[in-house]
Design a protein around this ligand. Structure first.
Ligand SMILES: Nc1ncnc2c1ncn2[C@@H]1O[C@H](COP(=O)(O)OP(=O)(O)OP(=O)(O)O)[C@@H](O)[C@H]1O
Ligand SMILES: [Mg+2]
Length: 237
């Protein structure tokens, strides 16, 4: 399923890799956007966890929204024990929740040092929205993307940057970062009375063919994101 010449990083989420025609092109920076509770953290964790567990690739998970302990214990409720991989050095959780007086350069240096030190092939920043709010200076996502792109490409690391969008909104940011990122994966939760449904779509991914249709998904214990085999019959709501 691999298109010519592109080296892929498999997410290990079978249907998502199919939608990407083999995986995320190696070295790409992908924005993962979605409202509260849509499953951003679960998907991003699956990306690094599968990397370590299935493909022997190490990963760095930077958390700005919860402590490393609570992140680890949340993931345990899903049936994922990250401990052995952390102890083996295959997975590094970088806890950035504590109050910091960070400037963008300091924060990015810290992250990039970890990536370099561990030879990580996968990086998650959860979330870039929270990261920007933690900074002393005013910086936009665009600046972060441009700076990260320069370094991460050199390191050959493939990254998922989580972006929080307000409930019910599709807008990712100021409108510029969408163009700079190599790829965008969007998660949505929609009210379909009496419950909510979740769906996923790939808005873009440079250097690869993509399946542009919406697919419903669920979050299941032991499995994480489980995407349905068939696309929704409609493409817009
Ligand atoms: N053990 C579990 N079994 C089934 N579903 C779970 C389990 N743990 C979490 N979930 C589901 O996953 C959702 C949370 O997903 P996740 O934390 O990835 O969302 P998020 O998009 O990162 O949210 P936020 O914006 O608040 O960070 C929960 O609201 C719940 O529906
Ligand atoms: Mg989250």
């Amino acid at each position: 399923m691999n298109s010519r010449g592109v080296r892929r990083i498999r997410t290990g989420i079978e249907k998502l890799d199919e939608m990407l025609f083999g995986g995320i092109p190696r070295g790409d920076i992908v924005l993962l956007s979605g409202g509260p509770g849509t499953g951003k953290t679960v998907l991003a964790t699956q990306f690094v966890y599968n990397g370590a567990r299935l493909y022997g690739e190490s990963g760095v998970y930077v958390t700005f929204t919860e402590s490393a302990e609570s992140f680890e214990s949340d993931m345990r409720t899903l049936g994922w024990d990250l401990r052995p991989f952390i102890e083996e050095g295959k997975l590094v959780i970088l806890d950035m929740l504590a109050p910091k007086s960070g400037m963008l350069d300091e924060v990015l240096n810290l992250i990039l040092e970890k990536v370099e030190e561990t030879g990580a092939e996968r990086l998650v920043i959860d979330s870039v929205t929270a990261m920007l709010m933690s900074l002393k200076e005013r910086v936009d996502v665009r600046t972060v993307l441009i700076t990260l792109q320069r370094f991460l490409r050199k390191l050959g690391c493939t990254s998922i940057l989580v972006v929080e969008t307000p409930w019910g909104e599709r807008k990712i940011g100021s409108g510029v970062e969408e163009f700079i990122a190599d790829g965008i994966i969007m998660l949505e939760m929609i009210a379909e009375v009496p419950s909510m449904i979740r769906r996923i779509a790939i808005l873009k991914m440079r250097g690869t063919k993509i399946d542009e249709r919406f697919y419903r998904f669920e979050i299941a214990e032991g499995e994480g994101i489980v995407i349905s085999s068939y696309p929704e019959s409609f493409s817009k709501r």
